[in-house]
Design a protein around this ligand. Structure first.
Ligand code: PGA
Length: 252
């Protein structure tokens, strides 16, 4: 069954102490008022081992924001999927547009990362999305189709473990959100690509999250679309009130 998911992406924010405090506060809020969707927080690597044991695993999943494209060895400064999994984390964001843009991640490096994540039983939250010039040239469908090549070599069983996140780069951190219609249109297209590749059942079971300036005031309208199964939340995930406001969009 397709799951509704709200995932936070802390990016490069919060010291260890601040991150622990944020995770504790969120945990308390969600234990007191259980969410109607899966909730995940993706944190910097250094927070994972401290945050995993303090959240109630039945309410909050924990993930990394990246992992290495190599299994182990002489790759100074990198963190492997096995290391991420050893902290108790269950998820990993892969292919975020900031990683593609600033750290040169390509379809090929992301293919390696996805495979290593799955080998280590991490569930990838795989991000795709076009930049403004591509949207203006009406090339968004081509762009997401090309980006999906990183996950379209997987077996149907492995693909079934992937969560997709559509994040138009022009909407990330800009305050400009895709309209509910724009989100639904491209999410439906992405689901049709999954159906062409893996069949209707796999496509129906794939969660496709929207990301890009999602906030409590627009989450309900975005998530009400039949092909939008939740959100990947940046800035608003740094405040419990805002993040919970988005989670509560799944409540009546
Ligand atoms: P934003 O970021 O919610 O701050 O726009 C979303 C993301 O980059 O995942």
């Amino acid at each position: 069954m397709r799951k509704n998911i709200v995932a936070g992406n802390w990016k490069m924010n919060k010291t260890l102490q601040e991150g622990i405090a944020l995770a504790k506060e969120l945990n308390e809020a969600l234990v007191a008022d259980k969410p109607n969707c899966d909730v995940v927080i993706c944190t910097p690597f250094i927070h994972l081992a401290s945050v995993s044991p303090i959240v109630d695993a039945s309410v909050i999943g924990v993930g990394a924001e990246n992992c290495a494209d190599k299994a182990s060895g002489a790759y100074t400064g990198e963190v492997s999927a096995a290391m991420v999994a050893s902290t108790g984390a269950q998820y990993v964001i892969l292919g975020h547009s900031e990683r593609r843009e600033y750290y040169g991640e390509t379809v090929e490096t992301l293919k390696a990362k996805v495979e290593l994540a799955l080998e280590n039983k991490l569930l990838p939250i795989f991000c795709i999305g076009e930049v403004l010039a591509e949207r203006e040239a009406n090339k968004q469908n081509e762009v997401v189709a090309a980006q999906l090549a990183s996950v379209f070599d997987l077996s149907a069983e492995d693909f079934g473990k992937i969560v997709l996140a559509y994040e138009p780069v022009w909407a990330i951190g800009t305050g400009k959100t895709a309209t509910a219609e724009q989100a639904q249109e491209i999410h439906a297209y992405i689901r049709s690509l999954v159906a062409d590749k893996y069949g209707k059942e796999v496509a129906d079971n794939t969660s496709i999250l929207y990301g890009g300036s999602c906030k409590p005031s627009n989450a309900k309208e975005l998530f009400a679309n039949p092909d939008v199964d939740g959100g990947l939340i940046g800035g608003a995930a740094l405040s419990v009130a805002d993040f919970k406001g988005i989670i509560d969009a799944f409540k009546a």
